[in-house]
Design a protein around this ligand. Structure first.
Ligand SMILES: O=C(CO)[C@H](O)[C@H](O)[C@H](O)COP(=O)(O)O
Length: 146
């Protein structure tokens, strides 16, 4: 699967580890930055990953900042993006099963590496259940049209 990654400085180290983890699983990575621990502004990277999903450059995205809150706010402003901020496995799985989330958001200052890897794997491997959830996802787009 082609997966876009983005982080700010607070998520940089975890992004690098997730990149290696996903590459070892055979996924293709589009790393949209940032590329060092130097302080940057998270909205720029959240927007880059959201746009990459919407224009078909990647199938899924992973965004990481300190808490994950700022990245979720940015990504979910983009129509068609369903970004899920997750801190544990159940939510990461349900974000795919029920919400067809296309971006997983993590807090690099909140969770440890092992949990992050588990959540990433569940997020990538879990399919969307469809059915009644399809109708609800369509409603999100319909009700938030400009
Ligand atoms: O979620 C965030 C922004 O809402 C992030 O946690 C940022 O990474 C954080 O705000 C960065 O803080 P810093 O003091 O500039 O490192």
């Amino acid at each position: 699967m082609k997966i876009a990654l983005g982080s700010d400085h607070a998520g940089f180290e975890l992004k690098e580890k997730i990149k290696t983890f996903l590459e070892e699983l055979g996924h293709e990575i589009l790393d949209l930055g940032c590329y060092s621990k130097d302080s940057v502004d998270y909205p720029e990277f959240g927007a880059k990953v959201a746009r990459a999903i919407l224009n078909g450059e990647a199938e899924r995205g992973i965004l990481i900042c300190g808490t994950g809150i700022g990245m979720s706010m940015v990504a979910n402003r983009f129509h068609g993006i369903r970004a899920a901020l997750c801190h544990e496995l159940f939510t990461a799985k349900m974000a795919r099963l029920h919400n067809d989330a296309n971006i997983l958001v993590l807090g690099g200052r909140v969770i440890g590496d092992a949990l992050a890897f588990e959540m990433v794997k569940v997020f990538i491997d879990t399919p969307f259940e469809g059915g009644r959830h399809e109708r609800r996802i369509k409603l999100i787009d319909e009700l938030t049209k400009e």
